[in-house]
Design a protein around this ligand. Structure first.
Ligand code: FAD
Length: 498
């Protein structure tokens, strides 16, 4: 409420924010999380919390009048449809040439993501974040993150036998026939639960195609792990449907934080100002970058480093689909949780998730989300005439991702005598280069902040999320975001919070 003073205010409840809340609470510090999305705990009129994957209603999308499906077409025709404007779970945020998909709600991206929990190759990690002690990361903080997130591996015997991973086995077979390595990928989904789903013993979630609009069961999203532990301490409170719009030094000490409370239709119902002794930016790469860039440009935080808003990247994301032969069925039954990737990082600069396409019918489609070694970066810029922050990313910058992925999939197609599907991302469009699931950068560690996320010039202000990672982590990012937050908060608790 207006006038309140809190010891620590955390902006956003994704990975960075959840780690911060838990570790502050364990150090005895009360914190308050401000989250612009809903708390996804109450069912709608159909008795369900989340909307169905195949036919999303308003609960699927963040404040839009029309769905924006990542796989937008079938046989060239758009599958998008009108919906009511609502504080739905997945944001397809348009940033000029790119749509940046992000989770909205208590738990951030953990509510909508595929749960793929990948620790990057150490050599690549050392290249992108050279100021970080890699020994410490790989011996202490990656293990801590994986343990607290509940990361496990699929039972390989079950993987080989279940109909629900036929799509993965076909993806593996064709990749290996072309000389590419594949690898199992750990996940936060409870694979024992998934087995029981197959046996019909429990309600289906992954095996019912649930993922990008929320999972009712099985997925250990942040509200079941870090946030559950954090709130159980009694030292963490969360305000959903509250959006931070301004942060500036308060007279005396601390920071004044302006917050808009919104209703489920996105209307502003109240504005509040609170004072916080410490402010942790954990609004995600785009959310944190937008706030910092606009506060600097408007003179509220003029001393922020020039590196703020720089070095943003897409993690080289590009999507593509192939049409298999009739004898290579991918299955009418598909688990929505990916567990395998093509690892051509060292040879081709490509790590491709073998993705499900759970349409409920046999389509012989292999879908891939490729992470590529695309060196292109973009900047966030404040536009004084609109008051908005834009991103300089151009479609031409995505070409490098296509070029890298194309070498891998052209080889597979040539060997298999198969073709790309060109009807799934538009009509006659093979490469889906207009989206990213993995926004990274904008407040890069040891450049926009010190080596632990402290914002230079503003004691007690920190960055804790994906904006610390410079544009490309080579694998799916949330384990790295979590581990880096663990590392930084340990240092902050030890040095800044007596
Ligand atoms: P987020 O998790 O994005 O959290 C930021 C939070 O801040 C959000 O809840 C947001 O609503 C809130 N917020 C933003 N601005 C404000 C504001 N001004 N005021 C208040 N609150 C605000 N990664 C993987 O590693 N594996 C996967 O399998 C995977 N699959 C994915 C699938 C999809 C469809 C998507 C969209 C992403 C996927 N990701 C995956 C990416 C992963 O979810 C993100 O990298 C991760 O969530 C980023 O963590 P974060 O802490 O930086 O921010």
């Amino acid at each position: 409420n207006t006038g309140d003073r809190v010891p620590a205010l955390i902006i956003g409840s994704g990975y960075g924010g959840s780690v911060t809340a838990l570790r502050l609470a364990q150090a005895g510090i009360d914190s308050h999380i401000v989250e612009m999305g809903r708390d996804w705990t109450t069912p709608g009129s159909d008795g369900k919390i989340f909307t169905a994957t195949a036919s999303p209603d308003k609960r699927g999308y963040w404040l839009r009048n029309r769905t924006k499906q990542p796989v937008s077409n079938f046989l060239g025709a758009s599958i998008d449809k009108d919906i009511d404007k609502y504080a739905g779970i997945l944001d397809a945020e348009n940033m000029g040439a790119i749509n940046v998909y992000q989770g909205r709600g208590v738990g951030g991206g953990s509510l909508v993501n595929g749960g793929m929990a990948v620790t990057p190759k150490r050599s690549w990690f050392e290249q992108i974040l050279p100021s970080v002690d890699a020994n410490e990361m790989y011996n202490t903080f990656y293990p801590r993150a994986n343990a607290t997130l509940g990361v496990t591996n699929i039972d390989q015997a079950w993987f080989e036998s279940t109909d629900y991973y036929k799509f993965s086995r076909v993806g593996r077979k064709v990749a290996e026939r072309s000389g590419f390595k594949t690898t199992f990928v750990p996940n936060v989904y409870d694979f024992d639960y998934m087995k029981q789903e197959e046996a019909g013993a429990v309600p289906k979630s992954a095996l019912d195609g649930e993922v990008i609009f929320g999972n009712h069961h099985g997925k250990k999203s942040l509200p079941k792990t870090y946030l559950a532990q954090a709130t159980a301490t009694g030292k963490v409170t969360i305000s959903p449907l509250h959006r931070v719009t301004k942060v500036a030094p308060a007279p005396g000490s601390g920071y004044g934080v302006e917050i808009e409370q919104i209703d489920e239709q996105g209307n502003i119902v109240a504005t509040k100002t609170v004072i916080a002794d410490k402010v942790f930016f954990a609004a995600g790469s785009v959310g944190t970058s937008k706030l910092l860039v606009s506060m600097k440009a408007q003179g509220h935080l003029p001393n922020l480093a020039g590196a703020v808003g720089q070095e943003w990247g897409t993690n080289g994301n590009v999507m593509v689909a192939r049409a298999n032969h009739a004898w290579d069925a991918t299955g009418s039954k598909q688990s929505s949780i990916p567990t395998m990737g093509i690892d051509a990082w060292d040879t081709n600069g490509v790590f491709a998730e073998i993705a499900p396409f759970p349409a409920g019918a046999e389509l012989w489609i292999s879908l891939y989300l490729a992470i590529t070694k695309n060196p292109e970066r973009a900047q966030f810029q404040f536009n004084s005439s609109t008051g908005q922050v834009g991103l300089s990313w151009t479609q031409a910058q995505a070409q490098k991702s296509i070029d890298l992925a194309k070498v891998v999939f052209d080889k597979i197609n040539k060997k298999e005598v198969t073709v790309y599907r060109s009807d799934m991302f538009g009509s006659n469009k093979v490469w889906n280069d207009g989206l990213t699931y993995h926004p990274l950068g904008g407040a890069v560690l040891n450049k926009a902040t010190d080596n632990y996320g402290r914002l230079n010039g503003y004691p007690g202000m920190y960055v804790m999320d994906g904006s610390l990672v410079p544009g490309n982590v080579g694998v799916n990012p949330f384990v790295t975001i979590t581990a880096l937050a663990e590392r930084n908060i340990a240092n902050i608790v030890a040095n800044d919070l007596h």
